[in-house]
Design a protein around this ligand. Structure first.
Ligand SMILES: [Zn+2]
Length: 165
């Protein structure tokens, strides 16, 4: 068996993505979206709550792929205050109800990728994904390996969901 514990590598790994309470938000996709003067419809923002907003994933794994994103630029869940994470979970429940009514799925994926090593596309600004699933659709691993089932364009998805929030 290989020896997996190698402390010299830990130093190397440690120098990579570090959780930080307030990294520079310049170049952050979500912060740029919020600063952009385009309308919420053009930016595919479905809903603005007090601490978080709900937005369509513009590179969806599947139709109805939503993201719940804090307004505050924070890399990690455990740096967020309780108001933000409580509201995030309430929004996840609302999203589930709304997606169920709009798409009648058989199930949902709900989750977060925290850090690049965990597969986060936007590692510097944490966010929660929620997406509807159907029996027989591409499985999630296939989906993240770029085989995507998207029978509906984003504007159609937006129009279908917007008024339900
Ligand atoms: Zn940000």
């Amino acid at each position: 068996m290989d020896i997996l514990w190698s402390p010299w590598r830990y130093d190397y790994i440690k120098s990579g993505d570090q959780p930080q309470e307030q990294k520079d938000s310049s170049g952050c996709v979500f912060c740029d979206i919020l600063k952009n003067s385009a309308s919420d419809e053009e930016k595919f923002i479905l809903h603005r709550a007090e601490f978080n907003f709900v937005i369509l994933n513009i590179y969806p794994y599947i139709s109805g792929h939503l993201m719940i994103v804090p307004f505050k630029h924070l890399a990690d869940l455990d740096f967020a205050d309780k108001n933000t994470t409580d509201e995030m979970m309430d929004l996840a429940k609302s999203c589930q109800t709304i997606l169920r009514k709009a798409y009648n799925p058989n199930g949902f994926n709900l989750g977060m990728n925290l850090g690049r090593a965990a597969g986060a596309g936007v590692a510097e600004h944490f966010h929660m994904h929620i997406l509807p699933r159907w029996i027989g659709d591409a499985n999630f691993m296939t989906a993240i390996c770029e085989t995507r089932t998207i029978p509906e364009d984003l504007k159609t998805t937006y129009a279908r969901l917007k008024d339900r929030f």
